[in-house]
Design a protein. Sequence first.
Lengths: 255, 202
Amino acid sequence: MIEHLSAFVLFAFFWAIIYLRMERANRGTVPVMKSLGALDAIDEAVGRASEMGKSVHFTYGKSYLLNTEGGQTVAGSHILHYVSRICARLGATIIATVSEPEGMALTIDSVEQAYIMENASDQFVLENIIFTGPGLAYNSYVINLLETERPAANIICGRIASASLLVAETGARVGAIQIAGTATTFQCAFFAAVCDYLLIGEELYAASAYVTKDPELLGAIEAQDILKLISIALVLIGFITVNLGSRIIISLLSY
Amino acid sequence: MVTAIFGISMILSYFFSKSIPALNTISNELMTWGKIMSAFALFLGATTMTVSHIRKVQGKDPKERFLSSWLIILIIVFSVAGILFEPTVGSYALWYNVVAMGIGISTESLLAFYIMVAAYRAFRFKTVESSLLMISCFITMFWSAPVGAAIWPGITELGNWLMNVPNKATTRGIILGIAVGTISLGIRMIMGKETAYLGGEE
């Protein structure tokens, strides 16, 4: 009746853990999250842009929403919303480049709502949300934008592929503070070499909880850590049982 | 509410599509809706881009006026030509494959130079971490290049070990965290706790 039964059981268990931890945090036991330098640096980066009279550039990379990588775009939009709020507060200009059309509405909404929440809706400029087109058009446009606009801060948060080094290296060359975040493991190495701050993997997904300090979201992050420990325990138990000649864990997880 | 209904429908269709075929139909329909919305979003993006370039044509900077005019002319010509003629064969396809793709590939080739510059800046014997990065970079470079095995045959085994043991282990650890984070984000959005993409809550 249920396909992928083991996955369903694990998923239901994960949901239960997340729900229970969120409820626990709601009732007062709020977990403490370790500091993420990259997110703390956003205030500094936007402040620098505001003082220098320069803009802040934000990009997702590939702003997919309709496939499995859409989660990175959504996580990036949370950071974009936070960056936009600080830009609206400090009077800095934010320029967001979007490569895929499906990310356009999300980006416009994230930025516009941020300005409305800061009572600065008159400062919102729709032309600063730029649809570049995918692939090669995106690479060329962003390189040109960084070279001509010379923003003080370059924030790259989302699913990014080969354009990672093109964007990050150009940002470094124009002297921008660079904050990157991606769950694409191949690109983390390039960002680590070039950017000032980096969010690796799950830190990108924890960004909204970190910047809002919402108790329920912090509870969900705590649940994430518990789930990771459970996953590691499963891996270790599987490793031990396989070496002892039993495939029980593999059979259970393949059911 | 909409997010919750659509999200739960997609999840249920993954687990129950054989026993409840209607869920399969629903999920396929939702994916089709997504593609239709994506097409409208493309129209929105193209319109925004065109309006932005029209404003630049009306501006004072001669370089921007020239480039924006050129872009608008290209958009109009290629759109009309694509509608009137077959876009996959003939002159249209030739223009696209030779000119547009050629320019794009040239842009991607810049990566090689960007990597060299980034490596020159990043690889220093300053700290333990940066030294490890530099040493592993050299090993990987010699392992990848055919001349590496000619210089020292042992580089193949060392490179294979580096890629298959520490690199793969670390990558799998990061992927584990990413997977759990993605599931958590999805559940938070379905439960309505993540609202930043809707404008947030005060």
